[in-house]
Design a protein around this ligand. Structure first.
Ligand SMILES: *[C@@H]1O[C@H](CO)[C@@H](O)[C@H](O)[C@H]1NC(C)=O
Ligand SMILES: *[C@@H]1O[C@H](CO)[C@@H](O)[C@H](O)[C@H]1NC(C)=O
Ligand SMILES: *[C@@H]1O[C@H](CO)[C@@H](O)[C@H](O)[C@H]1NC(C)=O
Ligand SMILES: *[C@@H]1O[C@H](CO)[C@@H](O)[C@H](O)[C@H]1NC(C)=O
Ligand SMILES: *[C@@H]1O[C@H](CO)[C@@H](O)[C@H](O)[C@H]1NC(C)=O
Ligand SMILES: *[C@@H]1O[C@H](CO)[C@@H](O)[C@H](O)[C@H]1NC(C)=O
Length: 279
């Protein structure tokens, strides 16, 4: 199948909504343990490292497709040149951005991890990875790394944080721009604001850098559906994975950072499985 079946999508959506009893046991420390185990597993190409922290009902998705974790990118030991994790204690999930810029297996990965806290014990129930490499949209891992390292993603002081629904509203409005002519009015555009799309950077270092140039002018494209969210208020971050139908049914990751409620950074990864992405 090219993407998740409706059944699987329904359960993923169920996972990302509501709050089953017992989720109060979801702490940042436990989420951090899971994310660090994931990074270690990817660095060593050894999925076994994650098995002890996985729930019995574990599913691995790679590029929007149910996959075998022993056959996908997790089997490759990657030198980790950069990693950054955001934490969503409400949905009991994390998002990790990983870059491996080596020439042998260059990768820029976005990974959402969801936990299933049965009986007070966290277990990883879902690893959902967008694995971009050569052939992905505007892919160049070393160039992406250069740009990422120039940005500042420190936790926000309380007066610059906004509520998770505000973060999600801008993320959704942004992703709606392909199918909705007025959605851009609902994006909390900031200045400066820079977009890193694959390795392509819109920033010039100017205080007036804007994220508006190049936004969609054709609003009759397929909507970006099957959205899965990880939201971290302290980081001002909302990450959305989705199905990018208007580019070859690609698997897509968009991460948005808002500072003081205004859009500051956008990072994207777009993978056209088995093919080179083109418009
Ligand atoms: C998804 O996985 C199935 C089963 O492993 C495979 O046949 C199919 O080619 C995959 N699709 C994509 C888009 O990777
Ligand atoms: C993979 O990790 C497991 C669990 O930590 C460990 O027992 C095993 O030796 C590792 N395998 C390799 C090839 O390093
Ligand atoms: C196991 O996970 C699948 C997919 O996420 C879900 O549909 C199913 O309900 C889960 N089963 C149990 C027993 O939690
Ligand atoms: C829940 O955890 C307690 C304490 O570890 C254990 O005694 C109990 O059997 C567990 N219940 C289930 C349903 O796993
Ligand atoms: C990737 O970017 C680096 C650094 O900007 C550049 O030196 C290199 O030529 C690029 N590689 C490709 C394949 O375009
Ligand atoms: C388009 O976006 C605007 C602004 O967010 C919203 O008010 C409107 O309901 C959207 N229209 C549709 C059809 O979703």
């Amino acid at each position: 199948m090219a993407f998740f079946s409706p059944f699987v999508w329904a359960s993923l959506i169920a996972l990302s909504q509501g709050l089953p009893a017992g989720l109060s046991s979801c702490t940042r420390e436990l989420l951090e343990t899971g994310a660090n185990a994931y990074i270690q597993a990817q660095a060593s190409g050894n999925f076994s490292i994650l098995q002890s922290s996985s729930s019995k009902n574990f599913t691995y998705y790679e590029n929007n497709n149910v996959s075998n974790p022993l056959a996908g990118v997790l089997r490759l030991p990657l030198k980790i040149d950069h990693s950054r994790t955001t934490f969503d204690t409400v949905q009991c999930s994390t998002y990790t951005e990983l870059i491996s810029a080596g020439s042998k297996n260059p990768y820029v990965l976005g990974t959402q991890i969801r936990h299933d806290p049965t009986n007070g014990t966290l277990g990883i129930s879902v690893i959902d990875t967008i694995a971009s490499t050569t052939g992905a949209w505007l892919f160049n891992a070393s160039k992406t790394l250069e740009h990422v390292l120039q940005e500042s993603w420190t936790p926000l002081p309380p007066d610059k944080q906004v509520a998770r629904d505000v973060l999600q509203a801008t993320a959704d409005a942004y992703l709606d721009m392909w199918s909705n002519a007025t959605a851009s009015n609902a994006v909390a555009w900031g200045e400066p604001c820079t977009r890193l799309e694959g390795s392509a950077y819109t920033g010039t270092g100017s205080p007036t850098d804007s994220c508006k140039p190049g936004i969609p002018s054709n609003h009759h494209q397929a909507p970006n559906i099957h959205r899965r969210y990880v939201i971290d208020e302290a980081m001002g971050s909302c990450t959305v994975f989705c199905l990018w139908q208007h580019m070859m049914n690609a698997a897509d990751s968009h991460e948005f950072r808002l500072e003081g409620g205004k859009l500051r950074y956008v990072h994207t990864m777009t993978v056209c499985p088995g093919q080179t992405c083109r418009l």
